[in-house]
Write a protein that binds this ligand. Structure first.
Ligand SMILES: Cc1cc2nc3c(=O)[nH]c(=O)nc-3n(C[C@H](O)[C@H](O)[C@H](O)COP(=O)(O)OP(=O)(O)OC[C@H]3O[C@@H](n4cnc5c(N)ncnc54)[C@H](O)[C@@H]3O)c2cc1C
Length: 418
């Protein structure tokens, strides 16, 4: 079957927070849109993340501190990072790229690129949430980063210095101020940093559903299907899906961790990895008022509403299709039980999602170098929930040949040897 809808001039591949935001922003610019996504919301990273709209997340995973912990990570002796060795051949280019940039100068460079993207994140979220009736899912009580010892806090001083340089608002807390702010915490933390400009989404999966519903309400065509292949021609792009072929004047590739294989079929080999992460919800008698990160325990806890919190684990590098491994989420559950009175788990099994990750920690946003009617919007790693809506605005500007609201040169696909 061939679908030709001359009025549906842009196709978006992927219906996570990035693809949906692109599609919504395109409809706001008067474009008619077709969105292809299999429709299983739980599959995407956007469904189950920590929900932090994080102003302070300016740092790629691989920074100068990586070298201190590398041996522990490589031997799987730290619940922050887990590596399945059989995944190594597939992720070697990503690992090589990440290690080559694990130094201070690269960290500063990346944070300068990410600063405008996270600075605008909450405002863009609010605008889309208003439009889609999802404002009740957003809150702004800040994000709390906690350090168990003075030494751990001191070790993060470069991070603090870079955040100050970018004028990220921060409130430094001592042990007593942390206890006053979050009396439900049962563990003693020596130091804390509160980032008041950060917001949170109570249930990210619900946000995605609302955006999806709003998109349909704005006249977009939602095709519940995967895209098999993108085939750009001189005048339009053919999008192959199991039901046939769809033609559009431009296409946006925003399929999160699944974008790499689709880009490869077009002839672009990005050094990507899927950084997997797990979550589990628990009932609590009293919830913290905001998401917090116990840096010493390598987990995040986010309030999920209705007497429930979401507990999230660190990074697992695995091969596509590897079965879940609950070692990390079980380890951080034990840690979190010493920080918060966790009751019974809500789900019988933890959820697993994949962060679409680049070695330099920056997303890929821009036109495909050899195919001007293809726009890339993927690789948002740990900050895709935060930066999805602004990415959508950038993509809508690119599609309409307008100047994007922030500098996007650092996100150009050409920075990789393709
Ligand atoms: C444990 C965890 C915690 C996190 N916490 C945070 C946080 O607090 N704050 C933050 O900002 N970010 C966080 N992130 C990162 C964030 O969730 C991701 O960066 C973001 O969700 C990526 O969005 P996406 O739309 O690019 O990808 P996804 O949400 O993964 O969506 C991709 C979509 O593409 C679809 N798809 C796949 N293949 C095809 C195909 N061939 N054709 C069509 N569609 C296809 C998939 O089904 C999926 O719906 C976290 C991630 C994890 C895993």
């Amino acid at each position: 079957m061939t679908i030709t809808r001359p009025d549906a001039d842009i196709a978006v591949i992927g219906g996570g927070i990035v693809g949906l935001s692109c599609a919504l922003q395109l409809t706001l610019c008067g474009r008619s849109v077709v969105l292809l996504d299999p429709g299983d919301t739980r599959r995407g990273a956007s469904f189950g993340n920590a929900g932090v709209i994080n102003r302070a997340s300016l740092f790629p995973v691989a920074g100068p501190g990586l070298w201190r912990n590398l041996a522990r990570y490589a031997c799987n002796r730290d619940s922050a990072v887990s590596l399945r060795y059989r995944a190594l051949p597939g992720v070697l280019p990503w690992i090589r790229g990440a290690l080559s940039r694990a130094h201070e100068a690269a960290w500063r460079e990346a944070s300068a690129a990410l600063d405008p993207l996270t600075a605008g994140a909450l405002a863009e979220h609010r605008a889309l949430a208003e439009l889609t009736g999802a404002a009740g899912l957003l809150s702004q009580r800040g994000y709390l980063k906690l350090y168990r010892t003075e030494a751990a806090f001191e070790a993060a001083s470069l991070e603090g210095e870079i955040l100050a340089h970018h004028r990220v608002e921060v409130v430094a807390l001592d042990e007593h101020e942390i206890a006053d702010l979050e009396p439900v915490l049962t563990r003693r933390f020596a130091r804390g940093l509160l980032f008041p400009e950060s917001g949170a989404v109570t249930r990210p999966g619900e946000l995605v559903e609302r955006y999806r519903g709003a998109l349909a309400g704005r006249g977009a065509l939602l095709l519940e299907s995967i895209c098999d292949r993108i085939e750009p021609g001189p005048d339009d792009v053919a999008i192959h899906w199991p039901g046939g072929v769809l033609h559009a004047s431009q296409v946006v590739l925003a399929a999160g961790a699944w974008s790499g294989p689709l880009a490869r079929k077009l002839g672009y080999r990005f050094p990507l990895a899927a950084e997997r992460g797990y979550h589990r919800h628990f009932r609590v008698g009293a919830s913290p008022s905001r998401p917090f990160h116990d840096t010493g325990g390598a987990y995040v806890v986010s309030p999920a509403g209705d007497g429930v919190v979401r507990l999230l684990s660190g990074i697992e590098i695995a091969a596509p299709g590897d079965p879940p491994n609950h070692r990390q989420i079980n380890a951080v559950t034990d840690e979190a039980r010493q920080t918060l009175k966790l009751g019974a788990p809500v789900e019988s099994e933890p959820w697993l999602g994949s962060r679409p990750s680049t070695p330099d920690g920056l997303p890929i946003i821009g036109r495909a170098p050899r195919h001007p009617n293809v726009i890339f919007a993927f690789g948002h790693g740990h900050i895709g929930l935060s930066t999805g809506p602004l990415t959508g605005r950038i993509v809508a500007d690119l599609a309409d040949q307008r100047r994007p609201p922030i500098p996007i040169e650092p996100f150009a696909p050409e920075r990789f040897r393709l």
